[in-house]
Design a protein around this ligand. Structure first.
Ligand code: GLP
Length: 242
């Protein structure tokens, strides 16, 4: 596990972008695990810019997203389907058939199994992660077993409150979601977790200085063979050794 303390958001996103570009240009059939939230937006901007400058194609790339809300449709401005189109997919040459995002639209048990099978068939080369202020990864909330696979989840009230900044009111924030499980995330060959701002400091302290516990889902990453945490000074402010 490596911790990189960066000066700012731009620098953190650039480092993550360079790693993505390495995977995309060096592998024949790269699979990227993608995340939503404000943390990875800067990475997606850099990917789009780089693509528009003619430096990199995504026509051979497959992407698997971490999670999606249940109870809002894919055109909803806060759905993760919309988010991914808006920030990334519609600007690059990725083939729609190679884009995978879990969905709650059909029978949930079947959806979970389908997405799980898909992840088994498309092992992820590089997984991008944000982190919730409660330490969640994807929508794996505190208490989620480390051996969990794709599942339906009732969102933590803390998560709903944190994410209410994107909705008109707290009531509008979905109560349920579908997410890759912790075991799926741990299968990725490499992982980059991004954390920016003071609101992530407690979670980052637990992740770097604390012990592994299901109460802090991200703490599982300390036993991943190739996980890098990119954090800014605010998110790193409680760390013992900087
Ligand atoms: C949501 C997503 C997570 C993401 C988290 C942090 O809850 N499901 O995957 O990591 O938000 O978001 P942000 O990067 O906006 O702080």
């Amino acid at each position: 596990m490596g911790v990189l303390i960066v000066d700012n958001y731009e620098q953190g996103c650039r480092i993550a972008f360079e790693r993505i570009k390495q995977v995309v240009t060096q592998r024949e059939r790269p699979v990227l695990g993608l995340a939503t939230g404000s943390s990875p937006i800067g990475i997606y901007n850099l990917m789009v810019q780089d693509y528009q400058q003619g430096h990199c194609s995504y026509s051979h790339v497959t992407t698997c997203n971490l999670d999606e809300y249940c109870g809002i449709d894919h055109h909803h401005l806060q759905s993760y389907h919309y988010f991914m189109q808006h920030y990334l997919f519609r600007w690059i040459d990725i083939l729609p058939k190679n884009i995978y995002i879990p969905t709650c639209e059909n029978i949930l048990e079947q959806e979970c199994k389908k997405y799980n099978d898909l992840l088994l068939q498309n092992p992820i080369d590089l997984q991008i992660l944000g982190i919730g202020s409660n330490g969640h990864i994807g929508f794996n909330e505190p208490g989620t077993p480390f051996d969990s696979t794709v599942h339906y989840v009732k969102l933590d009230e803390k998560t709903r409150m944190d994410n209410s900044r994107f909705f008109k009111s707290l009531e509008e924030v979905p109560k349920y979601a579908i997410t890759m499980g912790i075991a799926n995330i741990m299968q990725a060959k490499s992982i980059i977790l991004l954390a920016f701002g003071f609101q992530k400091a407690v979670a980052i302290k637990g992740l770097v200085d604390g012990r592994q516990t299901i109460e802090l889902p991200a703490s599982v990453l300390s036993s991943h063979p190739d996980a890098t945490f990119i954090v800014d000074k605010q998110a790193a402010c409680l760390l013992l050794h900087k």
